[in-house]
Design a protein around this ligand. Structure first.
Ligand code: ADP
Ligand code: MG
Length: 229
């Protein structure tokens, strides 16, 4: 039985107020992610990958269409319920790590758990386990500025996994790294994703990385089309 964890159903989005009139970015874009499936979202810069991921991650709203996560239509929820659903069900990874600079690696993974009501000791243990799983136990007490780009991004993966989401969204997660580091860090991400069995939608314009995923989707003129890897 294949269970849909994330359904994007006919998502449309225009940015109003742009110079020269509204910019239509998404036109009835639809994606269904099954549990455990890892899908690449490939498109050139400016095609709308970040826009789509932000809508899927409940970080932005759409003009039309539905975002359904584990059977709940998120587009119909109020702000508080959406925020709670985002914390509990979605992990988000940005191209730039977006870690809080004044906190250590461990603290960056603990804080989202505390916001989600997890007891402190349990949050600490989970942060330690996650850091160990990406080979970063020795960096637990380091701040982001004391780590390399690849290390920062591995901590960001742990943070995204902190609340055991069922859907992981990653926006060019290795786009900021040199090619060798990018390959290594991507392997770490894939291992984490496969170990937890969650669904992932990963934007990239690296076709070699895309080919390692289960399916490749392309954003073309605001619509989702299937691409051959
Ligand atoms: P990608 O992530 O594929 O590079 P984006 O989703 O960032 O694409 O952007 C898609 C299009 O929407 C681009 O043309 C971009 O200029 C435009 N855009 C993105 N954000 C805004 C915004 N806040 N206001 C106006 N236009 C925007
Ligand atoms: Mg982008």
């Amino acid at each position: 039985m294949s269970e849909t964890t994330l359904l994007l159903d006919g998502i449309s989005k225009s940015y109003k107020g742009a110079v020269g009139g509204p910019v239509t970015v998404l036109k009835e874009a639809s994606i269904a992610l099954k549990r455990g499936e890892v899908v690449a979202l490939v498109a050139p810069s400016g095609a709308g990958k970040s826009t789509l991921l932000h809508i899927a991650g409940l970080l932005d709203t759409c003009d039309a269409g539905r975002v359904v996560i584990n059977g709940t239509d998120m587009t119909r929820l109020g702000d508080n319920a959406r925020t709670a659903a985002r914390r509990q069900q979605v992990g988000f990874i940005y191209q730039f790590h977006h870690l809080l600079p004044e906190f250590t690696a461990a603290e960056n993974i603990i804080l989202p758990q505390l916001a989600n009501g997890v007891p402190k000791a349990q949050a600490r243990d989970r942060a330690a386990d996650l850091l160990a799983s990406v080979g970063l136990s020795p960096r637990a007490g380091h701040r982001p500025a004391q780590m390399s780009g690849g290390e920062q991004q591995r901590v960001a993966f742990c943070r995204a996994m902190a609340n055991q989401p069922s859907v992981l969204l990653a926006d060019e997660p290795t786009g900021n790294l040199d090619p060798d580091t990018s390959d290594q860090v991507f392997s770490v991400l894939m291992e984490l994703v496969r170990d937890t069995g969650l669904s992932a939608l990963i934007a990239t314009h690296n076709l070699q990385l895309a080919a390692k995923m289960d399916r490749v989707l392309r954003l073309d003129a605001g619509r989702i089309v299937t691409a051959q890897a």
